[in-house]
Every structure is written in structure tokens, then in C-alpha cells.
Write a protein that binds this ligand. Structure first.
Ligand code: NI
Ligand code: MN
Length: 226
């Protein structure tokens, strides 16, 4: 059993009924989020890169919940220095946690924290297996052809892909990403948070009509069972 909840932008929570995880917990300052960071109860926090709209409230949530942050090495070191417990990983590596397996994938983007100039290594995406299902959360990225390999090697039950353009893939490239990944379900993310990423998820959905991938446009706060 897997229940996923979308909190707007790139923030996704998942639970198998026992374990609770959250990915890219940008809540404070996220105009789409309809919960408070102080209400988040999780065991693990996965962070794709150091940008404020992804690292977000991760350190505060980790400290309060005594939860572990899973992140690429340099970002894990950064959050450790802020007093959070971290599990350092890197691209291509996987590890089995109490909730399931996490594998880090490449992402074509940047990664910096603090004032935006503290280098936090390479950004990543996550393949997460929890509740017997596999989630692919690409993080912020441009389109890359290795998504075809990710799709071939992993049966993806639900993919979260950015469609907002400007900083990440736009709709046209995200549609191509879905062709490569062939997920059963796909949920667009990283759009409409600010005017510069104001793309239409319905356009993304209509371009994928008739493909084997079901587009699920999730409203912030909405949960679905996968
Ligand atoms: Ni970013
Ligand atoms: Mn971002």
C-alpha cells in the first residue's frame, strides 16, 4: 500500500501506513503549501538539492522529528553542520532504509544553499520503493536521455516531473520524459509557484492522452493511493 500526498511545488509525502517520508519539504514560504512545517511528522526526509525551494524546512523538520535527511553527500554534510541527522548518498548508489529502497539518479541542474552560494554538490533525483511501489521524483532537471534507462530498469508506479520551464523541463520536454520513463502514473510538479513557471498542467495531460501513462494533476494537500 502506498499513499502519496502532494504539497505543491516539488514537495511530496509518502507513507506505507507505517513509515512516513517527505521529499523536498519546501513548506514555509511555499505559496501552494496548505500545512505548517511544524505539523509535518516523518521518519525520513529526502532532499534532491540545496536550493531553498527544495531544502526548505528539512533541517527544522529533521530536528523536531529526530528524522534523518537523505541527500547527496555534500548537501548531507551541509545539513549535518546545521545539526540535523543525515545519511549521505550519491548518484547511482542505493540503500535500503526501514521504509524501503532509495536510489539516487542524475539530475541536470545546480545545487547551492544558504545565501545561494554555499555549494552543495550535485543535484539528484530519487527512485524510492515504499509500500511495494516505486516512485520516481526527478528533482529539478532538464530532460536527459538516460531517463530511458531509468524507465527500462525500473517499473515506475508514479513519477513526479517538473513542467514549469525556465529552471527545469517545460511541458514539451516533460512529455518526452514520460515517453522515456513509461510510468503508470505521472504527476506534474514545479509549476505555478511563481509567475516565471506559470505553465498549464492540463496541456501536459492532453499531450499524454492515449499513452500508457495516466496523468494525475494533484491539488496541494491532495492524497492518492497508488
Ligand atoms: Ni533548483
Ligand atoms: Mn526548484
Amino acid at each position: 500500500m502506498l499513499e502519496v500526498t502532494y504539497y505543491g511545488h516539488s514537495c511530496v509525502a509518502a507513507t506505507d501506513g507505517t513509515h512516513r517520508i517527505i521529499i523536498d519539504p519546501f513548506i514555509t514560504g511555499n505559496p501552494q503549501a496548505n500545512l505548517k512545517a511544524s505539523d509535518v511528522k516523518v521518519d525520513f526526509i529526502l532532499v534532491t538539492h540545496g536550493h531553498g525551494d527544495h531544502l526548505g524546512d528539512a533541517v527544522e523538520i529533521a530536528k523536531r522529528n529526530k528524522a534523518t535527511i537523505i541527500a547527496p553527500n555534500e548537501l548531507a554534510i551541509y545539513v549535518s553542520k546545521q545539526g540535523a541527522q543525515a545519511h549521505n548518498m550519491h548518484i547511482g548508489g542505493s540503500h535500503v532504509f526501514p521504509f524501503g529502497r532509495v536510489k539516487l539518479t542524475i539530475a541536470h541542474h545546480g545545487s547551492a544553499a544558504g545565501d545561494g552560494l554555499v555549494y552543495t554538490g550535485n543535484p539528484c533525483g530519487f527512485l524510492v520503493t515504499i509500500g511495494g511501489k516505486t516512485i520516481y521524483h526527478s528533482g529539478d532537471t532538464g530532460l536527459f536521455y538516460d531517463m530511458k534507462l531509468i524507465g527500462e530498469m525500473n517499473p515506475i508506479d508514479i513519477a513526479f516531473l517538473p513542467i514549469g520551464d525556465n529552471f527545469t523541463m517545460g511541458i514539451e520536454d516533460a512529455v518526452k520524459a514520460v515517453e522515456f520513463l513509461r510510468p503508470k502514473k505521472v504527476t506534474p510538479m514545479h509549476y505555478k509557484t511563481w509567475p516565471v513557471i506559470d505553465t498549464e498542467p492540463t496541456e501536459f495531460a492532453s499531450k499524454l492522452k492515449g499513452t500508457g501513462s495516466e496523468v494525475i494533476i494533484m491539488k496541494p494537500g491532495q492524497s492518492i493511493t497508488v
